[in-house]
Design a protein around this ligand. Structure first.
Ligand code: HSE
Length: 342
C-alpha cells in the first residue's frame, strides 16, 4: 500500500536535507499508517552532483527550474540557507501555488512577513519549524499550545555553535580560537562561522520568535547584537572562579513606546543578543554543548522552559519533516474534497 503520494523537491541537500531524507526513510511506515500518505523526495537541487550523499533514489539537479516547474512536486523544501537565491526560489514556488517548508532563519528574519503574505494570498502553506531551536518543536507549541496565553518575555540560548564554543572554554579552559577550531572539526561550526559567532544567527531566530510570540515585527537591524569574538580564556577562567559561566543570551520583551502624548503610545519590542555571565541559579547556565534552551514568560502559565539539540542535520531534519507532514495532511484533505466534488 502506498496511499496518497506527496512529492517533495529539496532546494539544497546538505546535512539538513539529508536529515529530512533519512527521517522520511525511518518514519515512512508510521506516516503511511497514520495519514495514508507516502512522502517521496523526488528531486534535489545541489551545487555539486558528484558529492557523496546518503539519499538513494532522489534525482539530483543543478537547475532550480527542474524542481520549481515540475507540476508533480507539491512541496518545496528549502534547506540551502542564505538570503539569495533562496528568496527568489521561494517567491516563485509560492506564486506557483506550491507549499513551502524552510529552515532558513536569515531569509525568514528579513523576508518572512512578505513571503507569508504571498502564501496566504495563494492559499498555500509556508512553514518553518526547523528555523528556530533545531530539534525542539517550539513554533507549533507557541502557535497551538500557547494560543490561549500571551508571551511576555523571551529569553534563550538560540545558537548551538556558540554554546558549544563557550562550553569548551569553560570546561576545558580553551581559548576562543582553539574552541572555535574544535567546533569546526566536530562539524558544528561552519567553515565560515561568522553568522554564529557575531550573534547574527541568534538575532535572526529572535526576530522569528518575536513575530510568533508577540505578533509584532522587529526589523533585524533594530536588534542590539554583540557576539562572542571578544571573549578571552582569562576572562572566562576568572568568572568561572566566581561561579559564573558565559552564555550567548537572546532576549526580547514588549514595551510601550510613547511618542508625543499618552494617546500616541504604541507597542514596540526591545530585543538584544549578547554574552551574559550566569550563576548556577540561572536555568540557562545548565544548557551546555550544542544544546539550545528557551524560557518563555507567559501571562497565564508563568515561566515555561525547553532544552534540546539546537543544531544538527537529523534534529533539524526532523523538525523540517514535521512541517512536511502538516502539509501532507492538508494536501490529502484537499484531494479528497476535490475527488468528492467530481
Ligand atoms: N548554526 C546554527 C547553530 C545552526 O549553530 O545554532 C542551527 O540553526
Amino acid at each position: 500500500m502506498q496511499g496518497n503520494i506527496v512529492k517533495i523537491g529539496l532546494l539544497g541537500c546538505g546535512n539538513v536535507g539529508q536529515g529530512v531524507v533519512k527521517g522520511i526513510e525511518l518514519h515512512s511506515n508510521k506516516i503511511l499508517c497514520k495519514l495514508g500518505v507516502t512522502l517521496v523526495v523526488s528531486k534535489a537541487l545541489v551545487q555539486d552532483i558528484s558529492k557523496e550523499r546518503t539519499i538513494g533514489g532522489v534525482v539530483l539537479t543543478q537547475q532550480p527550474q527542474d524542481i520549481l516547474d515540475d507540476p508533480e512536486i507539491e512541496v518545496i523544501v528549502e534547506v540551502m540557507g542564505g538570503e539569495y537565491p533562496a528568496y527568489f526560489y521561494l517567491k516563485e514556488a509560492l506564486a506557483k501555488g506550491k507549499h513551502v517548508v524552510t529552515a532558513n532563519k536569515l531569509l525568514l528574519a528579513l523576508h518572512g512577513t512578505e513571503l507569508q503574505a504571498i502564501a496566504r494570498r495563494k492559499g498555500t502553506c509556508l512553514l518553518y519549524e526547523g528555523s528556530v531551536l533545531g530539534g525542539i518543536p517550539i513554533l507549533r507549541t507557541i502557535q497551538h499550545g500557547l494560543a490561549g496565553d500571551q508571551v511576555k518575555r523571551i529569553r534563550g540560548i538560540l545558537n548551538g555553535t556558540t554554546n558549544y564554543i563557550l562550553t569548551q572554554m569553560v570546561e576545558s579552559g580553551k581559548g576562543y580560537e582553539e574552541a572555535l577550531q574544535e567546533a569546526q572539526e566536530a562539524g558544528y561550526a561552519e567553515s565560515d562561522p561568522t553568522m554564529d559567532v557575531t550573534g547574527l544567527d541568534a538575532a535572526c531566530k529572535l526576530v522569528i520568535l518575536c513575530r510568533e510570540c508577540f505578533e509584532l515585527e522587529i526589523p533585524l537591524e533594530e536588534v542590539e547584537i554583540k557576539g562572542i569574538q571578544g571573549l578571552t580564556g582569562e576572562e572566562v577562567a576568572e568568572q568561572k572562579r566566581q561561579g559564573r559561566v558565559p552564555k550567548l543570551v537572546a532576549e526580547a520583551s514588549v514595551v510601550e513606546k510613547s511618542s508625543s502624548g499618552p494617546e500616541k503610545r504604541r507597542e514596540g519590542i526591545i530585543a538584544k543578543v549578547g554574552v551574559q555571565w550566569l550563576s548556577g541559579e540561572a536555568i540557562l547556565s545548565h544548557v551546555s554543548g550544542v544544546d539550545n534552551g528557551l524560557s518563555l514568560e507567559t501571562q497565564l502559565a508563568g515561566e515555561l522552559f525547553w532544552k534540546g539539540p539546537g543544531a544538527g542535520g537529523l534534529a533539524t531534519g526532523g523538525a523540517v519533516l514535521s512541517d512536511i507532514v502538516e502539509i501532507a495532511k492538508k494536501v490529502v484533505i484537499e484531494r479528497s474534497i476535490g475527488n468528492a466534488a467530481r
